[in-house]
Design a protein around this ligand. Structure first.
Ligand code: HEM
Length: 495
């Protein structure tokens, strides 16, 4: 027994070493056999350690193009390839079938997986960052607040009011930023829908300023929380915004009255913690603001270069106004009017296809998967890239051309048109965004003619920006003798 104990004492380190060596060999053998499986072409070791080829992938380029990196890889490898992006081995897909497969299997084979640094700014309960049951809970609250029934009964008239208020007094013949105008409209709409805030409240201006700095940091390509950086400022702004929302929430509780806005809905959620409620409120402001304001700027940009589309839009919207006048209806826009904006929907689709507000989304493989003969290892980042499909000549003839008429033929674009993503994470504000853009187009084309004051183009960073903030000049559009009659509720607006 004594000999055994002494022997064991001497041999045990050897046994431990043997165990580790065999474990490592087994791991390497497994990895080798996985590598022998058919991984997509490309290299998951390329580029810098950890960073890989991220900077090449996100290198700024016009949002109406796919950028040099993507172009080069598609030519070299085809629609599904491998790289090293956002700190992990990644598979990039410009293949509509694969994208559908990934998005439809959300929560089963794949899940959303945004860079962790976004959590510092958006919050750990942000909708983009949570998965599983918590995502389902938050999503159902968000979807309920923006469903078509609510848009029809509550939101549409509010949108109409805010768009008209902003478009009422644009400076005539002197340049101003159309991007700024679009941001003001969408911010006012979201602040009203989320917090019932009036655009003329002093708090509204303060919140907008905080929010702009917050967005600047979130979109920054250097996401490190250090004092003096735009990212560090954004983290600070997040705290200020949350403090403000908490104050509003507590005021509501004291008053004890129910408010018909998103904050009102969130306050009633007894199954969420205070932190979760605040992150959800911020998620809605974030998701509904940046995307829609970019889309509105893109509408102004593309239409300016396409007078034929503007005159067809005018015909459509004058037709709606005349029909309402003829029937003796109130001039305020209604859901039925929105449903008649057929060519407007073509313009919106074409704007989203060519402008690519969200060009790709982040996912992660939850297990080893084989798809179309390719092996996708568990843990790999998956990036379904929508812009590479929207701009592919195999799916859209002359894809670089702004051609809204193509949508009169395309009835069901399916997986070849995913500006709002798809599957269980389909954009929760899809209807709201389309109605907001339609109402904007309605008032813009009826009220003004416009031109670019200086050349500018949309650049993907990947968040879209116009370098010069899209400077435009407008002139009133006098075509109907009673052209301004349709802007009825503007007359009763507060100054
Ligand atoms: C043109 C405007 C818009 C575009 C292009 C757009 C696009 C998208 C995309 C691509 C996603 C999916 C992100 C992912 O799967 O990782 C998304 C998600 C989302 N969007 Fe939008 N969006 C727009 C407007 C809005 C508006 C107005 C709202 C709400 C007020 C909104 C609320 C949301 C929410 C809450 C999510 C998260 C959905 C989830 O995770 O289940 N969006 N959006």
């Amino acid at each position: 027994m004594k000999e055994f104990a002494v022997g064991f004492f001497w041999y045990s380190p050897l046994l431990v070493l043997l165990f580790f060596v065999s474990h490592r060999l087994l791991f390497l053998a497994r990895r080798k056999s996985k590598e022998q499986l058919n991984l997509p072409p490309g290299s998951s070791n390329e580029g810098w350690p950890f960073i890989g080829k991220t900077f090449d992938f996100i290198k700024p380029h016009p949002s109406t193009t796919i950028g040099e990196f993507m172009k080069d890889r598609l030519q070299r490898y085809g629609k599904i390839y491998r790289s090293h992006l956002f700190g992990a081995p990644a598979i990039v897909s410009a293949d509509p079938d694969m994208n559908r497969f990934v998005l439809q299997n959300e929560g089963k084979l794949f899940e959303a997986n945004y860079p962790k640094t976004m959590g510092d700014v958006l919050g750990k309960w942000a909708m983009l960052l949570v998965n599983g049951d918590m995502h389902k809970t938050l999503r159902s609250i968000a979807v309920n607040s923006t469903n078509p029934v609510r848009i029809r009964s509550h939101i549409l008239s509010d949108l109409d009011f805010h768009v008209q208020k902003l478009l009422k007094d644009l400076p005539i013949n002197s340049p101003f930023s159309a991007s700024e105008m679009a941001k003001k409209i969408t911010f006012n709409v979201m602040a009203s829908q989320v917090l019932s805030m009036d655009p003329d409240e002093p708090d509204n201006k303060w919140l907008r300023k905080e929010y702009m700095d917050f967005m600047r940091g979130l979109c920054s390509s250097f996401p490190v929380n250090l004092p003096g950086t735009v990212y560090g400022k954004a983290v600070k702004c997040r705290q200020n915004i949350l403090k403000f929302m908490l104050k509003k929430m507590n005021e509501r509780r004291k008053i004890g009255k129910e408010y018909d806005d998103f904050l009102g809905m969130v306050v009633l959620q007894t199954n969420l913690s205070e932190e979760q409620k605040l992150d959800l409120l911020l998620s809605m402001l974030f998701a509904g603001f940046e995307t829609t304001s970019t889309a509105i700027s893109l509408v102004v940009f593309f239409l300016e270069a396409c007078p034929k589309a503007v005159s067809q839009l005018r015909e459509e919207h004058l037709g709606i106004v005349r029909k309402k006048q003829h029937a003796g209806d109130s001039p305020d826009l209604q859901w039925n009017d929105y449903k008649e904006m057929e060519f407007t929907q073509c313009v919106i689709n074409e704007t989203l296809r060519l402008g690519n507000v969200v060009s790709y989304v982040h996912r992660k493989a939850l297990q080893d998967i084989t798809y179309k003969g390719f092996f996708i290892p568990s843990g790999y980042t998956i990036l379904p890239v929508f812009s590479a499909i929207h701009l592919n000549p195999d799916y859209y003839k002359d894809p670089e051309k702004f051609d809204p008429w193509r949508w009169l033929q395309i009835k069901k674009p399916g997986d070849k048109f995913l500006p709002f993503c798809g599957g269980p994470r389909l954009c929760a504000g899809i209807d709201l965004a389309k109605v907001e853009m339609s109402i904007f187009i309605h008032h813009l084309v009826l009220k003004y003619q416009w031109e670019l004051a200086e050349p500018d183009i949309p650049i993907s960073y990947p968040f879209i920006e116009f370098h010069k903030e899209l400077p435009i000049k407008v002139r009133p559009y006098h075509c109907m003798e009673d052209n301004n009659d349709h802007v009825s509720n503007v007359k009763s607006l507060p100054n």
